[in-house]
Ligand binder design. Structure first.
Ligand code: NCD
Length: 323
């Protein structure tokens, strides 16, 4: 099986379950490999045969459009066989049923299992029960590693570095696995992170993650290089966390007025799906000079190709097979 000649020798990951615990060197290698896939996708767009004969299962216990499609495209661009399985979460109970799913998956002999699950920790649990590599595509409010990697790649391409940047992550921090993975990654890479949002949407122990906490957007955005907006995740909320959508937008929605205190060349990001007029003004979201939102989607495919490439290389070496 031919593999691209990229020096990832020092990066030996069995699974990708989170950003927490990855070193700056490992993150850099993953980003460099992703960068090579950006170039490859742009240059020829065609398929490679790197994953020929490999089976990748997308196992999604939660709705997803862009992440699932992005993994599917990544797997197919590398020539792998990609199977999508969506599990109706309401009919699935935790514990034994998740274990049953693991046994079923294992029997299908996939090489990579990509899992999204509404419960924090469920993907790790599953990874302990299967023989293949597992990628966490988002578990509850815990981690979403490929999102943080694609965000970092988009930032690095524009700012040429991560170290020393001032990044504000704004909005519904409480329910956001994107925020958590980004905080781990950015802190590891030497960026300074602020979290900005209402007290009701701020985890109590968030400051322990080494971030600065702000409840006022105008203060939180002052002098930042990157403004990362998050969706108000109403599906994870029981009860009222914000008085009204209008009120929320007035205080925390990103518009040009609030953005004016950031650095003049500050860039805007959002993992999607966006709620226009709730956490972000439509014009700001579509601003071609400042918004990286479309590019984030493109980076997503490249990052997922890099992750699939890397984890399957390791499978080869894990089983002692040929290179
Ligand atoms: C995020 C997620 O699912 O955690 N979306 C994504 O992966 N593109 C954020 C969100 O749903 O708001």
């Amino acid at each position: 099986m031919s593999q691209s000649v990229f020096p990832v020798g020092r990066l030996r990951l069995r699974h990708l379950l989170g950003i927490e615990g990855l070193s700056a060197e490992e993150i850099t290698l993953l980003l460099d490999l992703s960068e090579s896939y950006v170039e490859q996708n742009r240059a020829r767009g065609g398929k490679s045969s790197l994953l020929r004969g490999r089976t990748i299962i997308n196992l999604f216990f939660e709705n997803s459009t862009r992440t699932r499609t992005s993994f599917e495209l990544a797997g197919k661009r590398l020539g792998g066989d990609v199977v999508n399985m969506s599990a109706e979460v309401s009919s699935i109970k935790k514990g034994e049923t998740l274990m049953d799913t693991a046994v079923t998956m294992n029997a299908m002999l996939p090489d990579v299992l990509i899992v999204r699950h509404p419960d924090s920790g469920a993907v790790k649990l599953l990874s302990e029960k299967v023989d293949c590599a597992v990628i966490n595509a988002g578990d509850g409010t815990h981690e979403h590693p490929t999102q943080a990697l694609l965000d970092a790649l988009a930032i690095r391409r524009h700012k040429k570095r991560l170290q020393g940047l001032l990044v504000a992550i704004c909005g519904d921090i409480l329910h956001s696995r994107v925020a958590r993975s980004n905080i781990h990654l950015l802190a590891t890479m030497g960026a300074r992170v602020r979290v900005v949002g209402p007290p009701t949407l701020m985890p109590t122990a968030i400051a322990r993650m080494g971030v600065e906490v702000f409840h006022d957007m105008r203060k939180g955005l002052e002098g930042v290089d990157i403004v990362m907006m998050l969706r108000l995740q109403t599906e994870r909320m029981q009860g009222n966390f914000v008085p009204s959508v209008r009120e929320y937008f007035r205080h925390y929605g990103l518009d040009y007025e609030k953005l004016s205190v950031a650095k003049p060349d500050a860039l805007i990001m959002h993992p999607g799906p966006m709620n226009r007029g709730v956490e972000i003004d439509s014009e700001v979201a579509d601003d071609v000079d400042r918004s990286l939102i479309r590019e984030q989607v493109e980076m997503g495919v490249a990052v997922r190709m890099a992750c699939l490439d890397l984890l399957t290389r390791n499978l080869v070496s894990n089983t002692g097979g040929a290179t």
